[in-house]
Design a protein. Structure first.
Length: 142
């Protein structure tokens, strides 16, 4: 699988994860997961807006439904990371070919997820910083 062109690095995140594991506090892990998800959810509307919607011609298969790629964009989050993904192996198996291209089939790459992340990266990092600071402050105060 291709490495993402955009990665947000947070200084001290490894130490925070290590401290979370040592605390074994499930509520804190849930809150960190929620922070990761909130930060990634910012990218989702922009990705849906820029995803290719396609159009159906008479020659296309009747199974082809335009807009499936756009609707398949989802956010997955854990206490360690968050991912914005498009497609699935069963419903939208062509998502990777659309995003990364498929030269043998003459499909040029349309990196809509990367563009969405680039456009929203400032807002994502500000949201993440604000939310994770609140979580840490609440934990230290309790």
């Amino acid at each position: 699988m291709a490495e993402s062109a955009f990665t947000v690095r947070v200084e001290g995140l490894d130490e925070l994860k290590k401290a979370l594991r040592q605390l074994k506090d499930s509520d804190l892990n849930k809150r960190v997961r929620d922070v990761n998800k909130a930060a990634a959810e910012i990218v989702k509307p922009e990705a849906r807006k820029t995803a290719p919607s396609g159009h159906r011609t008479r020659k296309d298969s009747k199974k082809y439904k335009p807009g499936k790629l756009e609707k398949s964009i989802t956010v997955l989050a854990s206490a360690n990371s968050a991912v914005v993904k498009a497609g699935s192996a069963s419903r939208v198996p062509y998502a990777g070919a659309i995003h990364f291209g498929f030269p043998r089939r003459h499909i040029r790459p349309n990196r809509f997820l990367f563009r969405a992340m680039a456009r929203t990266s400032d807002e994502v990092s500000a949201t993440y910083e604000r939310e994770i600071t609140d979580v840490i402050r609440d934990k230290l105060e309790s």
